[in-house]
Design a protein around this ligand. Structure first.
Ligand code: PGA
Length: 243
């Protein structure tokens, strides 16, 4: 696990974006895994800025998002499809049919999950996966206790995650109780992973992650078994941690 320490959120966003841009330039047909949440917003802003200024092209890029709330349609402003459209996809030249987010408003969620797995496989797997990390160590919506072998599936969200995400909704009652998420096994098959973390709120999370202890109680600890992972985090998130 390679650790890159940066000064603050701005530098994190800039550095992470620069890394992705360089990879896309090297391989214009790259398949990216993408994440939602507050942390990647700044990075997406830099990707958009770069696309406008330097014309980095996403015409042949494919993307797969980690997760989606169960029950939400992509037009719902709290859906992750909507988030991706607003923060990135509508502002770059990607073919929207190449930008995948699990469908949340499906009758047969198990069929949707199996289809999503299949689609990733058909594309030859994910080349470069972006991850945020939840305060409880979740990646995607793989909550504590998730199997390290898990695949894309429907999961029940913990109360902690629902509370953390309630800030985007009109109160906790509106936060969905379930989500569709790539599994830890799915994520681990990505060829390369970049995890980003920022702010004092992630300090304890980073301390646990970087302690090196591996347990399903802290899902992100599975990443210690990945051969090509970089953790980029700012000074606040890494405060007090010896690197
Ligand atoms: P955040 O979420 O970027 O909003 O902190 C991270 C996550 O829950 O994966």
């Amino acid at each position: 696990m390679k650790i890159v320490k940066v000064k603050d959120y701005e530098e994190l966003s800039q550095k992470a974006a620069a890394y992705f841009i360089q990879k896309i330039k090297q391989t214009p047909t790259l398949t990216l895994g993408l994440a939602t949440g507050s942390t990647p917003e700044g990075m997406y802003r830099y990707l958009v800025k770069d696309h406008e200024k330097n014309k980095t092209s996403y015409r042949k890029v494919k993307t797969f998002n980690l997760d989606e709330y169960y029950g939400l349609n992509g037009t719902d402003k709290n859906s992750y499809r909507y988030f991706m459209n607003q923060h990135l996809l509508h502002h770059i030249d990607i073919e929207l049919t190449n930008a995948h987010v699990p469908y949340g408003d499906v009758q047969k969620s198990d069929v949707e999950c199996a289809t999503y797995e299949q689609l990733i496989k058909q594309h030859g797997g994910i080349d470069l996966q972006l991850l945020g990390i939840g305060a409880n160590g979740h990646i995607g919506f793989n909550e504590p206790g998730s199997s390290f072998e898990s695949r894309t599936r429907v999961v029940k969200l913990t109360e902690k995650t629902r509370q953390d995400n309630a800030r985007f909704f009109n109160g906790i009652d509106e936060v969905p109780t379930h989500a569709l998420t790539m599994g830890l096994g799915t994520i681990m098959e990505s060829k390369e992973i970049v995890l980003i973390a920022s702010g004092a709120g992630k300090k304890d999370t980073m301390r646990i992650l970087l302690s090196g202890k591996i347990s399903p109680d802290f899902p992100a600890s599975v990443l210690h078994g990945h051969p090509n992972i970089t953790v980029m985090a700012d000074e606040e998130a890494l405060a007090g941690i010896q690197i």
